[in-house]
Design a protein around this ligand. Structure first.
Ligand code: ATP
Length: 204
């Protein structure tokens, strides 16, 4: 059994995420590709995320009808920072003997040595990495000399980010080309990413 683990803040999930998830599932012949929205992404502590229930619902909307994909709320139920190594151990306990494939973009591969207990993590999983934003798949200096299992995902670049989707939502733009119809409708219905609320009205 080969299980793909695809973590992220998914704030919101977008068509770049979906392309990456599909490529990993199909190219690597995964039995299951599991999306794991982070509860408290400690590397993005400078920014307030949309509530976990919305991010989970948007990932469900984006992946509805996709074969061999499921959404896992393990990290949003866990208190404290979301560390991938904890999720990997939980998944190993749930599916003993399964091969775990950690699906990431090149930006995260480059940052991997900043992750919590990253050496233990690369020993425990196979990495599946896609190019992103013009950067080809390349290990960071700390990782290059270490033996680790890595598969390169052959994916045409998709120039979309959650940052761009949030900015487009705040500007009231059509989001469908960034996040697809279902997620765009969800964002509109729940008025997400509209920017900071206006200051309270003051009488002078
Ligand atoms: P933000 O713009 O808020 O930083 P993001 O678009 O990078 O968010 P994340 O939820 O942080 O989205 O990404 C989750 C995972 O998906 C990461 O491993 C990231 O590298 C990967 N990823 C995101 N967008 C793309 C893309 N367009 N192409 C390839 N990989 C991507």
């Amino acid at each position: 059994m080969r299980i793909g683990l695809f973590g992220g803040s998914f704030d919101p999930p977008h068509l770049g995420h979906l392309a990456l998830a599909r490529q990993a599932r199909d190219q690597l012949g995964l039995d299951e590709l599991r999306w794991v929205p982070a509860g408290d992404p400690w590397q993005k502590a400078d920014r307030q995320l949309a509530p976990a229930r919305h991010r989970l619902a948007m990932v469900r909307a984006l992946t509805a009808g996709e074969p061999r994909m499921r959404v896992d709320d393990v990290e949003t139920r866990r208190a404290g920072p979301s560390y991938t190594i904890d999720t990997v151990h939980a998944l190993h306990a749930e599916r003993p003997g399964a091969t775990l494939v950690l699906v990431i973009g090149q930006d995260q591969y480059a940052r991997l040595p900043t992750w919590h207990r990253w050496r233990e993590l690369v020993d425990a999983v196979t990495l599946a990495v896609a190019a992103r934003g013009g950067a080809q798949v390349q290990p960071p200096d700390e990782l290059a000399p270490l033996a680790h299992r890595v598969e390169v995902l052959a994916m045409p670049p998709v120039a979309v980010s959650s940052t761009a989707a949030r900015a487009a939502a705040a500007a009231g733009a059509d989001l469908r080309a960034l996040v697809g119809g279902a997620v765009a409708r969800y964002i509109a219905r729940h008025a997400l990413y509209r920017g900071a609320p206006p200051p309270p009205h003051r009488r002078s």
